[in-house]
Ligand binder design. Structure first.
Ligand code: ISE
Length: 335
């Protein structure tokens, strides 16, 4: 069967990660075109692959030698490329978030439904992470009874000065927003953000840390502690407190070692490495499904739900109030 000829829009960090895994570790796909507004960077990435290099997404999407597209530009630029792919009738994997607003994501949903075929997958890779899949299996077994509340941490060692208060929701907690309601098979009803005492280790405009609360229709509450300048490492935790027991998300295993009078268990330092297997499984699954003309992973409706929830959290960042989330029923097209 022919290789899936893939065009990658955006040659930044995650774009280069996906190009590397498709080229060196996965099967069934080949990167045949790359684009970036910073075209020198695109040449640096594309030329060693023998890929066609573009300075814009439209030319890449419409290249007849491109079968499918991966969008890894910054979130604010996603909608343009996704709409171009829908216009061209080409499958597209769009890194999270689908867009940076529910309004833009709704336009994508409406355009995809009008086209009559699912083409969009959103890069919520935690659904492909074995540890989250193990937890979901335990919850779905019914042995633990109803989940009552979740306690999560999304701790980053540091962020740069371009990282702003809203990104703690749209770029960071967006992963918990997608994975948590999926884990517990529930829908969000409202959102609230509270700002605890702030760290001095951040740029002046950023609010950090932030405590985010998501209430589901069942009454379940998920609390997410987002602290993106924690300094000690990249530490993702999720504890689900149920009627008949408590489930903790498995942690990456590092050897504990004794040295210099102490005992240490290292913590992961980079988000790229913490979920590297999940990214590999996710992109391999996308290649395999796309070659069969299918969309298996999180779709544009999941992307819209994440944006609606993110919009409510961003609104509450400003007021501290509880903000309702009205998502509506999942259309038949996305069931
Ligand atoms: C980054 O874009 C990610 O997706 C990481 O998973 C997240 O932890 C980090 O905060 C984001 O900036």
């Amino acid at each position: 069967m022919e290789l899936l000829r893939i065009g990658v829009v955006g040659c930044g960090a995650i774009g280069r990660e996906h190009i590397d895994r498709i080229t060196n570790r996965l099967s069934g796909g080949k990167v045949v075109a790359v684009s970036d507004l910073f075209v020198e960077g695109a040449h640096k990435v594309g030329e060693p692959l023998g890929a066609t290099v573009y300075s814009n997404s439209a030319d890449l999407v419409n290249d007849p030698d491109v079968d499918a597209v991966i969008c890894t530009t910054p979130g604010f630029a996603h909608q343009e490329t996704v709409m171009q792919a829908l216009e061209a009738g080409k499958p597209i994997f769009c890194e999270k978030p689908l867009t940076t607003s529910a309004e833009e994501s709704l336009e994508i949903v409406e355009a995809e439904m009008a086209g009559g075929k699912k083409l969009v997958q959103v890069g919520f890779m935690r659904r492909f992470d074995q540890s989250y899949q193990q937890v979901k299996e335990m919850l779905d077994s019914g042995e633990f009874g109803a989940p009552l509340y979740l306690k999560c941490t999304h701790w980053n060692p540091s962020v740069d000065d371009n990282y702003d208060t809203e990104m703690a929701v749209t770029d960071t907690a967006i992963h918990e927003i997608d994975i948590l309601h999926w884990l517990v098979n529930d829908d969000y009803e409202s959102a609230q953000v509270m700002m605890p005492r702030q760290t001095s280790d951040k740029h002046p405009e950023l609010k950090d840390p932030q405590l985010m609360f998501l209430r589901c229709k069942s009454g379940l509450i998920a609390m997410i502690e987002v602290f993106v300048n924690c300094k000690f490492g990249y530490d993702i935790n999720c504890q689900i407190v149920c009627e008949n027991g408590v489930i903790d998300l498995p942690k990456p295993s590092f050897p504990t070692y004794r040295k210099a009078g102490g005992m240490t268990t290292p913590i992961e330092q980079s988000w790229k490495k913490r979920f590297i297997q999940a990214y590999d499984v996710e992109i391999q699954d996308w290649i395999d499904a796309t070659r069969k003309g299918e969309v298996h992973g999180p779709d544009a409706w999941d992307g819209l739900i994440a944006n609606l929830t993110a919009d409510a959290l961003v609104a509450s960042q400003k007021t501290g109030e509880i903000v309702p989330i009205q998502a509506g029923e999942r259309p038949e097209f996305y069931k």
